[in-house]
Write a protein that binds this ligand. Structure first.
Ligand code: ADP
Ligand code: MG
Length: 403
């Protein structure tokens, strides 16, 4: 059985015209001898009637916070509508489709509403439908808890659904259809001349995804990598070959840096010994933050100072903890973490120097840096993020890949 997973994002299913293009992609897969399993997101973006954010706006924040199970039930409605509408469109093309909830497709999760972890995928029903010559159309982003509640898998979770089903069904490949041609050297909304990356490794794409590129969910990359299933990102609206993500490091690109991405809403925090003399909590600050589940990164510890960043969503909790311990800190709000990604940078001298020089030439202050074998990070003020990415992209990513 040659199974293919085809996942279509919110903009891909937002209008009749676009859904017609979706049915075309499904019918081509069938013609090519595949048995497709379709995964759909909610139709459209915030403001569109059935988009997830629009649904969320129907209830109060205070209700949401106290009623996580109800909120997940509401949030999962968009995909449920989508799966029935898409099935209707496929039926019009004589493709027999069966709309399914995530739970009906066998996705069983824990009870961690809004960010549930998948415990297992029970694939019998999907296999029965496929054996019947029909196309399952699965509501993305959702599962069913062992207690029988609808759960959601975190924003962007339809990508996760696609990879999970790909892994459970041992699919030939997982195709993620979206509104751009594939993984680009930078977000095309930020860098106008961003180029398509034709082939790239799982680990590099994981970095892209984990460091802010919205185009694919990091967990989806991890699941596909573990199952060693090729993941292809494509544009619903054209015939672009897209980006092939696989285990191969030999992707044909000659650029040292494959691409650049950004994560906004970072706050840089500094604790100095001189400001906290006599406070015994100062020495344990990193432990205290960990105990309070406040995630930090870009961590530099010096004999008389500790510097790191937190996400803005953790600021209220951070302030509460720090105040209760009477610790003193300084901070820089509205920062963006820029990530330059490429597995060829490992051990190459001079890359950081060139990055700093490029940003200095643009009069952009680098607030902090860090590096790993595959990524170099720079923290800058968010107001300069776009300029920084564009200049770094010009410097590092404009050579055409050889292929
Ligand atoms: P979907 O609704 O199909 O899941 P998303 O909005 O989640 O689509 O992801 C697609 C968007 O990701 C693109 O419109 C693009 O602006 C953004 N994006 C960010 N970084 C990149 C990148 N490096 N390559 C391609 N797209 C990117
Ligand atoms: Mg998405």
């Amino acid at each position: 059985m040659k199974i293919i997973i085809q996942k279509f994002g919110g903009t891909s299913v937002s209008s009749q015209d676009r859904r017609t293009m979706v049915t075309e992609k499904v019918s081509v897969a069938i013609k090519n001898g595949f048995m497709p399993v379709v995964v759909v997101s909610a139709m459209g973006r915030n403001g569109d009637p059935y988009a997830t954010d629009t649904l969320l706006s129907l209830i109060d924040t205070s209700f949401k916070n106290g009623n996580l199970q109800a909120t997940d039930l509401l949030m999962s409605c968009g995909e449920i509508i989508s799966t029935v509408v898409m099935s209707n469109d496929l039926n019009k093309k004589n493709i027999k489709a069966v709309p399914l909830l995530g739970g009906q497709a066998g996705i069983i999760t824990d009870n961690n509403f809004s960010n549930a972890s998948v415990l297992r995928v029970e694939s019998q029903k999907l296999l029965e439908i496929l054996n019947d010559g029909k196309v399952p159309v699965v509501a993305g982003f959702q599962g069913l808890s062992e207690h029988g509640y609808l759960t959601t898998l975190g924003r962007g979770g339809s990508d996760v659904t696609a990879s999970l089903l790909g892994s459970a069904l041992k699919a030939e490949k997982v195709e993620i259809y979206t509104d751009v041609d594939g993984i680009m050297t930078a977000d095309p909304r930020v860098v106008k001349n961003a180029a398509l990356i034709e082939a790239i490794s799982y680990s590099e794409v994981y970095q892209f995804a984990d460091q802010g590129a919205k185009v694919i969910h990091p967990r989806a990359v991890k699941i596909a990598a573990m199952a060693n299933i090729p993941l292809v990102i494509k544009n619903t609206l054209n015939q672009s070959k897209g980006t092939l993500i696989s285990n191969s490091d030999n992707d044909g690109s000659i650029n040292l840096i494959e691409g650049i991405t950004q994560m906004d809403n970072r706050i840089q925090i500094k604790f100095s010994a001189s400001n906290n003399e006599g406070n015994e909590n100062y020495a344990n600050i990193l432990d205290i933050l960990a105990e309070n589940k406040i995630s930090i990164d870009l961590i530099n510890v010096f004999p008389k100072e500790s510097i790191f960043t937190i996400d803005r969503t953790d600021l209220a909790k951070f302030n509460e903890v720090i105040k209760s311990l009477n610790l003193k800190h300084t901070y820089e709000e509205n920062c963006s973490k820029i990530s330059l990604i490429g597995n060829k940078i490992a051990g190459k001298p001079g890359v950081m120097a060139k990055i700093i020089k490029t940003l200095r030439n643009e009069n952009i202050d680098v607030l902090q840096t860090a590096d790993s074998h595959e990524t170099i990070w720079c923290l800058v003020k968010s107001e300069f993020a776009s300029k920084a990415i564009n200049s770094l992209h010009n410097e590092f990513c404009t050579t055409k890949p050889t292929k």
